[in-house]
Design a protein around this ligand. Structure first.
Ligand code: FAD
Length: 441
């Protein structure tokens, strides 16, 4: 642990920018392939419109820009075993990852029909919260509000969503970082939409207010260095996620005069370049996500992918295992074993988990569909990474660890994809700034 080492850039992980950039150059083609070409990872099923914001009512925060809209996938483009009509047919006990022998074999992709031998985990995903979950799960099991979305057709980029609605969500997200040493005594999430003293503070600030009553004020400051590692990690994850979202909207920005999409240097300078800590946190998140994907390599060997075609599933498995093993073959960039070791670790972890679940619930308060989509995916991705880091035994056979829902694995890999692109965009913007400097000289 070397948080105070002057040369460590990703301080809690003791890794430099250069190391992570080199890693990203090597891994990016494989991450891009998975997130752009492999059906398992390009389609996400979620309840995008049906869940109301559990914390406040903000009818006017809705973003009506075309760029805020999401194109819903046509069910006929979805592998049959994932379709809602099929998903609705089966319910049952908590799915576990079954052996591959119970999967059906079909000669070509997307022709599968649900047969009696279809693995239940192909069609049913538990949506109740497991005590080891760091996120409120997306209900894949066929709620009528669920839609399939192609993540390739709905890129995360500038939407124009801004103002009080966006600011309220970000403020509430950072409010979750207000840990209190006694916060563990708070009621569990299921009893209260916002657990803990900090959450009670948030209720005072936001809940029950009408939109126009929400006061504009600075967001919560980062925790001081003397705060325990876990609390600093929590803040860095939130800030790094925010930074990555800002990076995407600046990198894929709509020039409203020309109608062209492209990098907006001024946007980058204001939101990120002038705040190096935010960029640092984004790199930190990349390190966390890499470690989580590497840690899954044994589990992935027996994971059920369920496209309806065994060959497609095997290709998917091969590609994700290749990525996972490639990361694992290099020096580790994040050491989760140093976290949650003190005597109050159990209660601290529970508090950490409950707070992150709150953050995931806050995504239902985002007034722009496209931003909500990517906000949900990324909170689910970080939640999955934490579940893998803090709840998984790396050496255990699949089955001994908590089950990994399809939505969780898809979110994890796509969140890694977002960060990988953000690191790439950082290099592009840095080059633009350097060019500008040379021209000015
Ligand atoms: P904001 O980004 O709203 O930030 C508010 C305040 O937070 C800042 O003033 C600063 O004090 C602090 N802050 C900013 N960045 C950080 C950081 N990294 N770490 C710590 N503190 C920080 N807009 C899009 O165009 N496309 C999207 O895909 C998109 N997705 C979104 C997803 C979510 C979940 C949310 C809540 C908003 C999203 N938005 C998106 C809106 C976008 O994030 C901004 O809120 C909006 O552009 C307004 O920006 P702003 O300048 O007011 O600052």
């Amino acid at each position: 642990y070397c948080a105070n080492e002057p040369n460590s850039i990703v301080s809690d992980a003791c890794v430099s920018y250069a190391t992570l950039e080199k890693l990203n150059t090597d891994l990016r083609p494989s991450i891009q392939y998975l997130t752009e070409n492999v059906d398992f990872f390009t389609f996400y099923r979620l309840d995008l419109y049906g869940r109301e914001c559990p914390f406040w009512s903000d009818d006017e925060g809705f973003c009506g820009n075309r760029a805020c809209a999401v194109d819903i996938a046509d069910e006929k483009d979805i592998p049959e075993s994932w379709r809602s009509s099929e998903l609705g047919k089966l319910t049952g006990p908590r799915a576990s990852q079954p052996s591959t022998s119970v999967q059906k074999e079909e000669p070509s992709p997307f022709r599968g029909k649900l047969g009696e031998d279809t693995a239940e985990s192909c069609v049913f995903e538990p949506n109740e919260i497991d005590k080891r979950d760091y996120c409120v799960p997306e209900d894949e099991s066929g709620g009528s509000n669920c839609v399939y979305v192609s993540l390739v057709d709905n890129p995360e980029r500038f939407t124009g969503y801004a103002g009080k609605s966006a600011n309220n969500v970000w403020r509430a997200v950072y409010q979750e970082n207000c840990f209190n040493t006694n916060a563990q005594k708070s009621s569990p999430m299921n009893n209260s939409p916002l657990g803990g003293p900090a959450a009670a503070g948030l209720k005072n600030v936001v809940m029950g207010r009408r939109k126009h009553e929400v006061v504009q004020q600075d967001l919560i400051a980062p925790p001081p260095e003397e705060q325990c590692l876990e609390k600093r990690v929590f803040y860095r994850v939130l800030s790094g996620m925010h930074a990555s979202i800002s990076m995407h909207l600046c990198y894929d920005f709509l020039n409203q005069t020309t109608g062209q999409w492209g990098p907006n240097l001024q946007c980058y300078k204001e939101r990120l370049h002038n705040h190096p800590d935010r960029i640092q946190n984004m790199y930190f998140n990349y390190a966390i996500l890499l470690r989580a994907v590497a840690k899954l390599r044994n589990n992935l060997k027996s994971y059920t992918f369920c496209s309806g075609d065994k060959r497609t599933d095997e290709t998917t498995r091969k590609k994700i295992i290749q990525l996972s093993e490639s990361i694992a073959s290099r020096p580790s960039v994040f050491d989760e074993s140093i976290m949650f070791r003190d005597e109050d670790a159990v209660v601290l972890k529970e508090d950490f988990r409950n707070r992150f679940r709150n953050v995931s619930r806050l995504m239902d308060c985002v007034g722009c569909d496209k931003c909500r989509l990517w906000g949900k995916i990324q909170t689910a991705g970080y939640g999955t990474a934490m579940k893998v880091l803090f709840e998984y035994d790396e050496t255990a056979e699949n089955g001994a660890n908590p089950p990994l829902r399809r939505t969780e694995l898809v979110a994890l890999v796509n969140t890694l994809g977002r960060l990988s692109k953000s690191l790439h965009a950082f290099t592009v913007f840095s080059n633009m700034i350097e060019k500008e400097r040379v021209l000015e000289e």
